[in-house]
Design a protein around this ligand. Structure first.
Ligand SMILES: N[C@@H](CCC(=O)N[C@@H](CS)C(=O)NCC(=O)O)C(=O)O
Length: 224
């Protein structure tokens, strides 16, 4: 059962984010948003080894989950929209919102594409299979899906610094996922692949130099 501590009312009905005991974009985009707007939240980490027993306590048997007013909510895109709205990192304009939503959906899609190679290594402990699947991802999907994102940035933004020309959760998400692929954390993926994407490389570097963002504790934890 989900520990009583998680369901106890906390003093301020503060937002609680629940994820595993490692950094990943699905939860990082939520905490980066909340951190950016100084919205208080509590981060709860579930050790991977306890997951089998705890999975059933969560609405869709997956993480991240957010608890607010003692209710549990799930699915990255839904939580991202909630945290972005709280943090003024969404948009009032419908056509800007749909750009932001597409970036979050892009992050989900590219994650689904690479997931089999991660699963083969982590869950099945089958490194040969993981290597083969990773190569397939690199050959078939990596450049294609980064091309889609580059085109979205090119088409959506005048200045090419932020997807909607105003800092939003789209930028937080694109930065976090590019960082994942660029930071040598994924076997067989060399950071030089980003050189093919002039706009995205420039976007990624300017995000790293965007002081209001790069000074966040959450940012520092992710890049270190
Ligand atoms: N549809 C979910 C997918 C979340 C997801 O795939 N979470 C993974 C970790 S990144 C998970 O909980 N895996 C454990 C499991 O499915 O048992 C979302 O949008 O957040």
């Amino acid at each position: 059962m989900l520990s009583k501590k998680l369901l106890q009312k906390n003093k301020h009905n503060m937002i609680r984010l629940i994820y595993f005991d490692f950094n990943f974009w699905r939860v990082d985009i939520l905490r980066l948003c909340l951190g950016f707007s100084n919205t208080p939240y509590e981060m709860i980490r579930i050790p991977r080894k306890e997951w089998r027993e705890k999975k059933k306590d969560f609405p869709f048997g997956q993480l991240p989950v957010m608890i607010i007013n003692n209710k549990k909510f799930a699915h990255t895109h839904s939580l991202a929209r909630f945290c972005a709205l709280k943090s003024n990192l969404y948009d009032d304009n419908d056509l800007k919102r749909i750009i932001i939503d597409q970036v979050i959906d892009w992050a989900n899609e590219i994650t689904n594409k690479i997931a089999p190679s991660i699963r083969a290594a982590m869950r099945e402990k089958n490194l040969a299979k993981s290597k083969k699947l990773r190569k397939e991802f690199i050959d078939n999907d990596l450049l294609e899906w980064f091309t889609y994102l580059e085109k979205l940035l090119g088409d959506s933004s005048k200045e090419k610094l932020f997807f909607t020309d105003r800092f939003s959760i789209a930028d937080v998400t694109a930065w976090r996922v590019i960082h994942w692929f660029y930071s040598r954390k994924l076997d067989q993926i060399e950071p030089k692949f980003l050189n093919k994407f002039t706009l995205l490389k420039h976007f990624y570097e300017s995000m790293n130099n965007f002081e209001k963002f790069a000074k966040l504790q959450e940012y520092k934890e992710i890049v270190n």
